[in-house]
Design a binder for this molecule. Structure first.
Ligand SMILES: Nc1nc2c(c(=O)[nH]1)N[C@H]1C(S)=C(S)[C@@H](COP(=O)(O)O)O[C@H]1N2
Ligand SMILES: [Mo]
Length: 205
């Protein structure tokens, strides 16, 4: 668990600024677009609708670093299933306007999470309070912090970082700086999609 080292912060919409204090009160998350049953839930009420899960997992940044923590939150799949998805892609948008579009099936296969907690505490503002997507088998630029809408669509468009040049989201086989230990770590073969053997399944509990 991270205790001493500083986690790099990537927050496009608040570049050069401190992220605004967001209140849990009144903050909602919606599933819209091509769904049978559009949904809007208060983030504070999500535990009434979905099982709360925890997972000790590592993510990777395309800039060459990685970190692991104990995340708490909800399976993306559980929320999307309540809405009845009827399109190929999920477009995720933050309250500040950062967005990403990824095939829903890839997010589900990778056990993407909507996390509200890190190390047992609510997310800090710069970590994406009150709720962030986490993706473990693609670079994290495709996982939106401070999510407000999840839209099902058949129309792909490049996300915020992709527009400025991050093209390939697949985790690359070179050592990444591990923020937890300060050492350089080779990504596990299971997250390298080009490596045969495919994805390692780490189940959420
Ligand atoms: N809303 C939003 N989400 C975002 C980003 C961003 O700029 N805005 N950056 C992404 C990138 S590139 C990474 S590596 C992680 C960084 O998460 P962290 O700031 O908690 O380290 O958030 C991802 N999600
Ligand atoms: Mo990143």
């Amino acid at each position: 668990m991270l205790k001493t080292r500083k986690i790099p912060t990537f927050y496009w919409e608040y570049k050069g600024h401190t992220p605004p204090e967001m209140k849990l009160e009144g903050y909602t998350i919606s599933v819209l677009g091509q769904v049978r049953n559009p949904l809007t839930f208060a983030v504070a009420d999500l535990p009434d609708h979905l099982p709360f899960v925890t997972a000790q997992r590592r993510f990777y940044c395309v800039n060459g670093w990685t970190m692991e923590d104990m995340w708490g939150g909800f399976r993306l799949e559980d929320l999307i299933r309540l809405a009845g998805p009827e399109a190929k892609y999920l477009r995720t948008t933050s309250i500040g306007g950062y967005e990403d579009t990824t095939p829903l099936a890839d997010l589900i296969a990778g056990e993407a999470m909507l996390a509200t907690h890190m190390s047992g505490a609510p997310l800090a503002p710069k970590r994406g309070f009150p709720i962030r997507m986490l993706i473990f088998d693609m670079y994290q630029f495709k996982a939106v912090k401070s999510v407000s809408t999840l839209e099902l669509t058949d129309e792909y468009r490049p996300g915020t970082w992709q527009k400025v040049g991050y093209r390939d989201a697949s985790i690359q086989p070179y050592p990444h700086l591990d923020i937890n230990s300060g050492e350089r770590l080779m990504p596990e073969p299971a997250v390298l999609k080009s490596v045969s053997g495919g994805q390692k399944k780490i189940s959420l509990s």
